[in-house]
Design a protein around this ligand. Structure first.
Ligand code: NIG
Length: 419
């Protein structure tokens, strides 16, 4: 039970009409109430009323005067790899000297070097590092964060990551949504790639699926199965097999698709009714149209372009094609060492060519939709009280500023967690 808080005189971005994902023109509507009071208690928003319209409050709430500053939903980071062991700083220096991300990956480094370091870490150490990274995310306005496994690449390794994520779920102030990224790479210890794929589908998937629901208490439909489809990772056929098997167990499915190469995974994901396709740097206009005509979300990850090679997903093309678009950090040690949604938004607007409003919708209500969370990402009575109060009176500051922090105060599940 958390005590009541009322925030008065705020410029409130309600994000409009409830949890339904937005596409097209609807991605520009922030549902602004220029001056409103927002009352919350026990983790839930109870009332949103224009200031001066006589909000009736029974208990004695904590009062915060926003003085016209912006109050908006907290960010939902719907794609992160925040749980990992080891460091890739040395590899990054090699990239600065000219090697590419893919060359390092093909040479047994990259994801595989983090897999080795993660296998050597204990669940407790992984959980501790994860909690520290989540604190950084919360400080920049993130209130819900998805965390993927994916650096285990075996039943044992993935279960240890799950254990670490579950420990963090118990202590983190942000809400954590776990995802099973069972197809992150092909383990080179297997003589043939197909042996590793068979092992993942026959053994790792069922045991990770059962353990994930048991450990977290979440139903399978709240835990996605994910795969990285790329030349040096899983092929379209291999990814399709894993996702189909995951779907048969009741999980939503997600794919890292078109990061470097357009391989035909978008069409396949749409026909599998995947929850999302993520990355999309190499997506063609035809595939954008296909995606826009489907229920599958697109997720762009512009921190990756900033850190790896200056290639960005064309957010403008995707929104114009009618895609339900979300935006996330992709925080990970290789392609995006950045837990800040503020940075992702700043880049999504500059290089993905989103409008500020589209980026804010993509970072809140649409991102919640990717995670199947219908109780957040908007401000309305009954929604979860996950809110951020900005230092600014103009929400465009979120995208305009970079390297600073326009978030003054973060409220998660009705509790003031930072200010
Ligand atoms: O989404 N591309 C695959 N996975 C991550 C990178 C992970 C890593 O390099 O460790 C991504 O960019």
């Amino acid at each position: 039970v958390s005590p009541a808080i009322v925030i008065r005189n705020a410029r409130v971005l309600t994000m409009g009409s409830g949890p339904a994902p937005r596409r097209g023109q609807a991605m520009r509507q922030l549902g602004v109430i220029d001056r409103a009071d927002v009352l919350m208690s026990d983790g839930v928003i109870r009332a949103v009323t224009p200031t001066g319209s006589g909000l009736r409050i029974e208990a004695e709430p904590q009062e915060i005067d926003a003085a016209g500053r912006v109050l908006m939903p907290g960010f939902v980071d719907c794609h992160s790899h925040l749980c990992w062991g080891g460091s890739r700083v040395d590899e990054w220096e090699r990239q600065l000297a000219g090697e590419t991300y893919q060359q390092i990956l093909a040479g047994g480094g990259g994801i595989m070097s983090t897999v080795r370091a993660t296998r050597e870490s204990s669940a407790g150490a992984l959980a501790c590092d994860l909690l520290g990274r989540i604190d950084q995310a919360v400080g920049t306005g993130t209130t819900t964060v998805e965390v993927k496994t994916g650096y285990g690449l075996s039943a044992e390794g993935e279960l240890k990551m799950l254990e670490a994520i579950q420990k963090a779920r118990q202590y983190a102030v942000a809400d954590i949504a776990p995802t099973l990224l069972l197809g992150h790479a092909i383990d080179p210890a297997f003589a043939r790639a197909s042996d590793f794929v068979d092992e993942t589908i026959a053994r790792t998937l069922p045991s990770a699926s059962a353990e994930a629901t048991r450990l977290t208490g979440l139903s399978a439909e709240m835990i996605a199965i994910d795969v990285f489809c790329e030349r040096s990772a899983w092929s379209v056929e291999q990814a399709t097999r894993l996702l189909a098997a995951g779907g048969d167990l009741g999980h939503p499915t997600r794919v890292h698709a078109d990061q470097f190469t357009s391989m035909g995974m978008i069409g396949r994901a749409v026909s599998l009714n995947a929850r999302s396709v993520d990355h999309l740097e190499a997506t063609t206009a035809d595939d954008a149209r296909l995606l826009g005509a489907s229920e599958t979300f697109g997720v762009i990850l512009p921190c990756c372009g900033f850190h790896v090679d200056g290639r960005y997903a064309n957010g403008r093309m995707l929104v114009d094609a009618g895609v339900k678009l979300a935006l996330a950090t992709n925080a990970n040690p290789g392609s995006a060492p950045c837990p800040s949604m503020l940075m992702a938004i700043a880049l999504g607007v500059r290089f993905g060519k989103l409008t500020v409003s589209e980026a804010l919708v993509a970072a809140t209500v649409n991102a919640a939709g990717v995670l199947g969370l219908r109780d957040r990402g908007f401000i309305a009575p009954g929604a979860r009280a996950d809110l951020i109060l900005l230092r600014e009176h103009d929400e465009r500051a979120v995208a305009y500023e970079f390297g600073s922090n326009p978030v003054e105060m973060t409220i998660i599940n009705g509790k003031l967690v930072s200010n």
